[in-house]
Design a protein around this ligand. Structure first.
Ligand code: ADQ
Length: 473
């Protein structure tokens, strides 16, 4: 295998579902934050991406995608269950999201997590050239930094957590808490979305491992591990450009007409996940229809919810409940030719998403907890017309950067109803002022600014050269 000076390690490869028999694959922006965020950065960058091709069994041989060499890591059926669906998505994911669903613990899952992390570390060790930079992503791979350091002490290792890092009261529930922390501390730089997460991490390094730590660094033996907040962003220029394209604006107008030209359109775009607050949002909407505050024909809700992780019972159950609630709302309040909720589970291409953002009078982003939430930022980028209101959960990382949104506590149903109405009834001048302020923030802080901040903190030796590569437009 040819070696690389930049290696990205993430649980999934960013490729489409169907691989051609010759191993060719399409670089897909799968509906998910990590792939959406890294796509614009890496598309033209000579790098190697190590990840799972998304199906159990031997790793397929894959052709390069653009400048990126894909290096698939195999996973058995059992590892897919125990590592991916088990430890990563049934233990860590719920625990890191405020335990909004009860985290599940099985000892067997840990063994698979360790085994898969070791396999990823070995793959990285093999493809990293001398002195390379290796950038490890997310909660599925928290042990990789330490395992890789043991194999390749010469490489520079960055770790970035896309999801929240919980307060010590929650983290300490994990039976393998010390090993997980030590795993992350194998990195030279551990990056989080928010400063609070870095603070939680430092506190844990002190109390659980007895290390000397501040919110900026942790001393581990003779090394300094830097820690910090690097709030992720989006390709602002891409989304704003798309949203001004005549065909996208025509599509937005067509969508509004297809929706029956209602006075107001509420749009929500989520992965189908219990952290996203989809059920609470539907309930608030139903109650507003019951109260007579909203009327079908005048207002419509478009809920996009792409299913995933369906091997996990909880996700299948969530989907059933959401679909039951959508059917109930439409059954009780819809009319022939006028639905209350339009519910879509398909992945969309970027122009279609941009058109949806342009048709929204209110974009509702109301997760119970979210590391950042890129949908909120995409909406703001798409609204060059400064119209539209963003209803945003206080518990999304994005709220720290977008305080001009209509902020809401999604656990408070009455508050959710009240704030949704406020957003729907906003004075155009007020909405425009809020949108302008949010756009200003995004203008200065897009995905390239994020990469610049992270990579220059990670690697003072190769930082400038790496930066030039990943931030080239
Ligand atoms: P996610 O939980 O996946 O990301 P989010 O940040 O909103 O959440 O990203 C979702 C992405 O998928 C967006 O770019 C969106 O446009 C896209 N998407 C959603 N529905 C789609 C559809 N139907 N078709 C096509 N694309 C669709 C995780 C964390 C977040 C964090 C990101 C990045 O949970 O908190 O913001 O990583 O770090």
């Amino acid at each position: 295998m040819q070696q690389s000076s930049l290696v990205v390690v993430a649980n999934h490869l960013p490729i489409g579902g169907n691989l051609a028999p010759d191993g060719t694959s399409r670089w897909r922006r799968s509906p998910g934050g990590l792939s959406s965020a890294l796509h614009p950065l890496l598309w033209h960058t000579p790098a190697t991406w190590i990840g799972w091709a998304g199906r159990p069994g031997a790793a397929p041989a894959l052709a390069d995608v653009g400048e990126v060499r894909l290096c698939p890591v195999p996973m058995t059926d059992e590892e897919m269950h125990d590592h991916y669906e088990g430890f990563a998505n049934s233990t860590l994911w719920p625990l890191y999201h405020d335990a909004v669903e009860q985290p599940v613990h099985h000892r067997r899952w840990w063994d698979a997590y360790l085994r898969v992390n070791r396999r990823f570390a070995e793959a990285a060790a093999e493809v990293a050239e001398a002195d390379a930079t290796v950038w490890v992503q997310d909660y599925h791979l928290q042990l990789v930094p330490r395992l890789l350091r043991e194999l390749r002490p010469d490489v520079r290792i960055g770790f970035f957590l896309h999801v929240p890092f919980p307060p010590p009261e929650l983290f300490t529930q994990l039976p393998r808490r010390a090993e997980l922390l030590r795993g992350m501390l194998g990195a030279d730089l551990v990056g989080f979305q928010l400063a609070q997460a870095a603070h939680n991490f430092a506190q844990l390094a002190t109390t659980l491992l007895g290390l000397e730590a501040t919110d900026r660094q942790v001393r581990v033996d003779d090394r300094i591990v830097r820690i910090g907040a690097f709030p992720i962003s989006i390709d602002v220029a891409e989304m704003s450009g798309l949203a001004e394209r005549p065909d996208v604006l025509a599509r937005a107008a067509q969508l509004r007409a297809d929706l029956g030209n209602p006075r107001q359109v509420i749009v929500a775009v989520d992965r189908m996940d219990y952290t996203k607050g989809i059920e609470q949002r539907l309930k608030a909407y139903r109650e507003l229809l019951e109260d007579g505050e909203l009327r079908v024909g005048e207002t419509v809700l478009v809920q996009v919810a792409v299913p995933g992780r369906e091997g996990i019972l909880r996700y299948r159950r969530l989907r059933e409940r959401v679909e039951r609630e959508v059917a109930r709302i439409n059954g009780e309040f819809g009319r022939v030719g006028a639905m209350a909720v339009h519910y879509l589970t398909q992945p969309f291409d970027r122009p279609e998403l941009a058109a949806l953002y342009r048709v929204a009078d209110v974009l509702a982003v109301t997760p119970l907890r979210d590391g950042m939430n890129l949908v909120a930022k995409e909406f703001v980028a798409a609204r060059g017309d400064r119209a539209g209101a963003l209803l945003l959960s206080e518990f999304a990382g994005a709220a720290a950067e977008l305080p001009q949104a209509y902020l809401v506590n999604p656990h408070d149903l009455d508050g959710l109803k009240r704030t949704l109405l406020q957003a729907l009834r906003a004075e155009p001048a007020d909405a425009a002022a809020r949108m302008a302020a949010m756009r200003e923030r995004l203008h200065h802080h897009d995905i390239r600014a994020w990469a610049r901040a992270y990579l220059s903190a990670l690697d003072s030796r190769h930082g400038p050269e790496l930066l030039a590569r990943v931030t080239e437009e």
